[in-house]
Ligand binder design. Sequence first.
Ligand code: SAH
Ligand code: SF4
Ligand code: F3S
Length: 438
Amino acid sequence: MKNLYIKTFGCQMNEYDSKRVSHQLSSLGYSLNDDIGVADIIVLNTCSIRQKAEDKVYSMLGRLRPYKEKNPDLIIAVGGCVAQQVGKKILGRHRHVNLVFGTKNVLNLKKMIEKIEKTGGRYVDVGANVIRDDTIDEKMDGYMVGAKNSVTIIEGCNNFCAYCIVPYVRGRERSRPEERILHEVRTLIKHGAKEVTLLGQNVNSYKDAASSSSDFPKLLDKVAAIDGLERLRIMTSHPKDLTDELIDRFGAIDKLCNNIHLPVQSGSNSVLKSMNRNYTREDYLSKVEKLQKVCNNITISTDLIVGFPSESKKDFNDTLALLRQVRYISSFSFKYSVRPGTKAASFDDDVSNSEKSERLEELQTLQKKIQLEENKKLEKRVMEILVEGASKSGENMITGRTTCNRVVNFTGDESLTGKIVSVNIEESYLNSLLGKLV
Ligand code: SAH
Ligand code: SF4
Ligand code: F3S
């Protein structure tokens, strides 16, 4: 057996692609090994969402040089969003890299690696028109099926939010055929999966090109009808496309979990407008209200950007007020980072870095307070947890999630993995709860 080391830098779609990589390369005799020192192939699956993410890739590439000097047969492949964005310049600047492959070329990887194994050489594979074959092998070799899994249903993005590089590095929206998605979910379940998250930059615009009767709410109905699936989640929903029909599914489908990730980005209408988000603060809040009406236990999480060009102190305060109103159970918040080629790259990046840092700190402090208060409310409650496996929080501890997406750690046997169990919540923290099996 040869060893494959993968480092995944990006989002859940990136992680999904990494699983595809290990699945494909397992048929060439490579097995996943997290000891980089014994690797025969190193794959970097990169992310370009902010400048910092891109910089991390270059610094890791620098650290890989000694591995190649020690083992000249080592194959180094760079895939993902930085690879798509920067392309062959990576080969020019990093002589130890064998292959650069784009986000649309993941399923070509096996062929490319075979070629390098046989004849050596250095390649760039970032072409736009690769025909994808999304079928996965029933045996799922190298796939690492867990209690909870993700399935990409739509790739790319058409939204062109002014700050965002994703439409450039992932291309236009492409929905996978419905019947492939259903097949993949069934296969995962056969291998022990209990929970599935349907993934896309904007799952709401899912549409199977071959079927006029397919859209995202209907896909949800069909996935939920699969026997053996216990829980269903979706990620991510663009607020502008969150229709009443979709909102209703949160009441109607039992398996659909009581949580939605609904990135708001900003609470200021003028910032939302220049971000090209296509909704107002009022639109957003009215959707939140509808969600809470159809599913009264629903929790909401979000993404936020501070210091977008021309964001004033008042705009920022509108975001803080929105946080107080919605009371998110978690959030990812970032300082605005200029991305090459985006619309906002031509705006004046006029909020200073120190001002961005101050705003981020203030926002995160408020969010922490809200989060702790929300988690505190769960103490002494008995909650249903889908067990995901061993917990890093202590010996004999296992971990899982509530349907509302809180992480719960408790003492228990790993053999409970994949089971839904009742846990009494005893203590609450910022990012997790501590409980006792009942
Ligand atoms: N498709 C998802 C977001 C994917 S990117 C959506 O539409 O919401 C994840 C998050 O990164 C975004 O929600 C945004 O908050 C953040 N982000 C994207 N581009 C950014 C940039 N240039 N600077 C800072 N944060 C950014
Ligand atoms: Fe980026 Fe906007 Fe598309 Fe999300 S919806 S990936 S933020 S362009
Ligand atoms: Fe990053 Fe690409 Fe995902 S830029 S966030 S890995 S789509």
